[in-house]
Design a protein around this ligand. Sequence first.
Ligand SMILES: NC(=O)c1ccc[n+]([C@@H]2O[C@H](COP(=O)([O-])OP(=O)(O)OC[C@H]3O[C@@H](n4cnc5c(N)ncnc54)[C@H](OP(=O)(O)O)[C@@H]3O)[C@@H](O)[C@H]2O)c1
Length: 188
Amino acid sequence: MPEYCVTGGTGFIAANLIKALLERGHTVRTTVRDPGDVEKVGFLRELNGARERLKIFKADLMVEGSFDEAIQGVFGVYHTASPVLVPNDNNVKAILIDPCIKGTLNVMKSCSKATSVKRIVLTSSCSAIRYHYNVQQISPLNESHWSDLEYCKHYNLWYAYSKTIGEKEAWRIAKENGKDLVVVNPSL
Ligand SMILES: NC(=O)c1ccc[n+]([C@@H]2O[C@H](COP(=O)([O-])OP(=O)(O)OC[C@H]3O[C@@H](n4cnc5c(N)ncnc54)[C@H](OP(=O)(O)O)[C@@H]3O)[C@@H](O)[C@H]2O)c1
């Protein structure tokens, strides 16, 4: 059975992915910022199959190379870790923009180094697609559409701004390194 890595295991989408993969019999690696934080991470160890087939690694989006160990040797990577709440203070760059963009770059670089990795699934967002000044004229939206970064800046849409750049960077690195990337763009 192929082994998978899911980044940001404490997250809502990641935890459900881990559960589904374990239930299908896969061995799963996941990354969290603090494996010793029982309150946040403990529920993962209780999942069916986790005792035998779940390995938890420490990794931070802002630390270059931090995902190398968790990703080296797996067949596929689900990259979900990302700040989701939008801070309403001046720290938006440090709290949201940098972890989203630099974190995606870090994870993609770790995937590129790992010859074992055959497919990467990135959780982007519909917000990487839908923000334009003239959105009504270009509906319906499809894979060719990207949110307008100038529009995002004008309306302080920093989550959309970060997800748009993060996804573009992921496609760039995947192309440069010949990696098979799949992106999902969920709404809420
Ligand atoms: N849920 C939705 O409706 C939705 C819709 C569209 C797109 N998405 C995208 O789907 C992905 C997962 O969303 P979610 O709703 O599952 O989010 P979530 O529950 O808030 O989980 C986010 C995860 O990212 C981790 N994280 C945040 N900053 C980090 C950092 N600096 N280093 C390492 N890990 C960090 C968090 O770890 P900690 O627990 O340590 O904070 C957490 O595990 C995100 O990329 C999000 O943008 C979600």
